[in-house]
Design a protein around this ligand. Structure first.
Ligand code: HEM
Length: 509
């Protein structure tokens, strides 16, 4: 009899526990945002969210208003769509809203790296030292050297002015990935006679092979992040992970010359903090993805928008030519390729604005924080909400600010000078007469702001600067529409196009 009672109690409590996990008992409490659990227990809105996050969030916003809680794969996400509330969320103390909880889950799943307590501060200390200030000047020089090696190496050998056709997305992603990789992870040491030339050839070959494998992983990334890969792709993802861990193994990394301080410092600091070698390889893979996954695609969009808007192309090209001339350099037949410095890149307000406009149109991260204790949130209209402990709070600035017609006039249009006054100063933006702090958030915000944003900006500008100063460029089919963005990648930084566009280039002189 007693046994039956125990069994029955166990069964009932497991059943109740199961129902609790499925979200059956969850109710909206007083002061909490509207709750929408969808129709499928536990999964909630996962399928619709994965299909098109942007459309789903727009639908929820028109149904529930600026703040609402939705169930997605067992987690309750409170989305805050009111841009005036962003500051409160991104500045909230770590003891209440924590960035690391969900970031850790993702990096374990996607890169196999298990962060230690010190990881975040190691990344940030090294980034402040090497991706900003004087460190950035050094890294810009190294990136210029990589571009010379990849983009300009056969120009001075008297190549004829013939058009060369390529896929624009592939071309930009390939060159920018390889230039960033060589600048950060170092180059082949020259050995023996003809060593320098051979080493450069080896760098071109190796970085190209790495890019091909990287693209395979990149394509699997969205499904991998949501743990939705079919078995065949899962095996391929495992193979690719192992490949990158091996290429970026401690042994291989330290064989290179010219390793950036950003990579070498982080490697050493992790070792000093007791992180074993096999984990440091995984960390290196994570850094590769963080540093290379968005710059190439953004450079593609920037060039494409410029090619589709002749007035923008002319304005930016004139600016580039002027800066070049003022530096005492000229691109002409037979002369060596130009050297672009960080100082020169600081004199291009129109290129800055065109890049910022590109990022506004194509960068769509979802910023997530875990709610560690009940936290109150007051919106700009004065409504006070309670965010519940154990939930997640999320921002999707793409809809809230970047594409918001109340903030950006004609938000779907590319306006290269949207962010700059004719005198080169930055424009301010308002909503309902009130000045906004966040008008585009491609780099995230607060504690998780991208630490590579200044380097990324320098790298992409350098690429476009060199392309415009050294080459004539045109689309093969000038009438071709700008391709739509691949909506399966919402939330993962810069979006990619659904199809590639052909372009041609030839040396300018
Ligand atoms: C167009 C280029 C780039 C874009 C749009 C971009 C965007 C972002 C965003 C939105 C985040 C924060 C994610 C979050 O809050 O969850 C982030 C994080 C990060 N980014 Fe970037 N990024 C770019 C390029 C780079 C580059 C070139 C580097 C390094 C050289 C870099 C290094 C990192 C790192 C290490 C993190 C993680 C920071 C942390 O754990 O706190 N990124 N990036």
């Amino acid at each position: 009899m007693v046994l039956w009672v125990v069994l029955l109690c166990t069964l009932v409590s497991s059943l109740l526990g199961g129902l609790y996990v499925l979200g059956v008992f969850r109710r909206q409490r007083p002061n909490e945002p509207p709750l929408d659990k969808g129709t499928i227990p536990w999964l909630g809105h996962l399928l619709e969210f994965r299909k098109d996050s942007s459309e789903f969030l727009k639908r929820m916003q028109s149904k529930h208003g600026d703040v609402f809680t939705v169930l997605i794969a067992g987690y309750y996400f409170t989305f805050v769509m009111d841009p005036f509330s962003f500051g409160t969320i991104v500045k909230e103390s770590r003891s209440k809203l924590d960035f690391r909880t969900s970031a850790t889950q993702l990096v374990v799943r996607v890169f196999g790296y298990k962060p230690i307590e010190a990881t975040h501060s190691i990344v940030h200390t090294s980034s402040i030292k090497h991706l900003m200030g004087d460190g950035l000047t050094v890294l810009t020089q190294a990136t210029m050297e990589s571009f010379r090696k990849l983009l300009l190496f056969n120009l001075s050998s008297g190549e004829k002015r013939v058009w060369q056709e390529e896929n624009l997305f592939h071309y930009c992603y390939n060159i920018v990935f390889r230039a960033g990789y060589l600048a950060l992870y170092g180059t082949e040491p020259p050995r023996g006679a003809g060593g320098q030339e051979k080493a450069e050839e080896q760098d071109r070959l190796h970085s190209n092979q790495l890019f091909q494998e990287f693209r395979k992983y990149d394509r699997l990334f969205p499904h991998l992040a949501y743990a939705l890969l079919p078995p065949k792709d899962k095996r391929e993802a495992e193979r690719l992970k192992r490949h990158f861990w091996n290429v970026l193994s401690v042994k291989n990394v330290w064989q290179k010359d010219n390793i950036s301080g950003w990579i070498s410092d982080q490697e050493k600091l992790l070792a000093e903090n007791g992180v074993p070698e096999y984990m440091r390889e995984r960390f290196m893979f994570m850094l590769l993805w963080a540093s290379q996954g968005n710059t190439g695609p953004t450079a593609f969009w920037l060039l494409l928008y410029l090619l589709k808007h002749p007035e923008a192309l002319k304005a930016v090209r004139d600016e580039v030519d002027k800066v070049l001339k003022e530096s005492g350099q000229e691109v002409k037949a037979g002369s060596p390729p130009v050297t672009v410095t960080r100082d020169m890149l600081n004199q291009t307000p129109l290129l800055d604005s065109a890049l910022e406009e590109t990022l506004r149109l194509v960068a769509a991260p979802i910023l997530v924080r875990a709610v560690l204790e009940d936290t109150s949130l007051r919106t700009s209209t004065g409504t006070e909400f309670t965010l519940r402990r154990g939930d997640r709070v999320a921002l999707f600035p793409y809809i809230s600010v970047q594409m918001n017609p109340e903030i950006h006039e004609e938000p779907h249009k590319f306006k290269y000078d949207r962010f700059v006054h004719p005198d080169g100063t930055r424009k301010d933006f308002y909503r309902n007469g009130k000045k906004l702090k966040f008008v585009s958030m491609p780099w995230g915000a607060g504690v998780s702001t991208c630490p590579g944003r200044f380097f990324a900006t320098a790298e992409m500008k350098l690429f476009v600067f060199l392309m415009l100063s050294h080459f004539d460029l045109e689309l093969v089919d000038g009438e071709e529409e700008i391709p739509a963005i691949d909506i399966s990648r919402w939330g993962f930084g810069t979006m990619q196009p659904v199809r590639d566009v052909r372009f041609r280039h030839r040396p300018r002189f």
